[in-house]
Design a protein. Structure first.
Length: 174
């Protein structure tokens, strides 16, 4: 089942939403540890199994890197609304750009599948991001979750294994 379909079936959204984010973060930490860059992390590319575990999927844009960087060719299509400033400016992907996309995915999860930057077209989104605009806090996201989201959109974002420990701390507190 696709993650978007799953949103409609949630029974206890607050607990399940943080677990969804933890599952995705676990998967991305694994990819990062193997020096892969996903480049298309979004809710549309996640699947839910019968045990309600969320799995990252669609590796069509994924790349193996030796130095945690991949520069795509000019003119290559990419998901603008999930892209970091480095991607928008220089077509440069890294684990940092995946962390940025993870923040957008968290926003999708906590808005129950809304389209990020829904009022803007791709060129407006690129311009807004470069001007420092960031997505608002979804209604279901507590301040602690939103703080994690915003840290994903920070220039000096950290690695997935650190995010997963932050997210799991929230799970254990609940």
């Amino acid at each position: 089942m696709f993650l978007f379909s799953f949103f409609r079936k949630l029974r206890h959204p607050n607990n399940q939403l943080v677990e969804i984010c933890a599952d995705v973060c676990d998967g991305m930490a694994f990819l990062e540890s193997k020096t892969f860059i996903h480049r298309d992390l979004a809710a549309r590319n996640c699947l839910v199994d019968k045990c309600l575990t969320v799995k990252v999927s669609d590796f069509g844009m994924a790349r193996y890197t030796m130095d945690d960087q991949y520069t795509s060719s000019v003119g290559t299509k990419f998901p603008v609304k999930w892209s970091s400033p480095e991607v928008l400016n220089y077509n440069k992907y890294s684990s940092k750009s995946d962390v940025w996309a993870f923040g957008i995915l968290m926003w999708e999860v906590y808005s129950l599948g809304k389209q990020p930057y829904e009022l803007f077209n791709n060129s407006q989104v690129a311009q807004k991001i470069m001007q420092g605009y960031r997505l608002y806090r979804p209604q279901l996201a507590c301040e602690e979750i939103y703080k994690i989201m915003k840290s994903c959109w920070h220039e000096a974002s950290i690695f997935f294994f650190i995010y997963i420990s932050n997210i799991k701390n929230i799970i254990f507190v609940r």
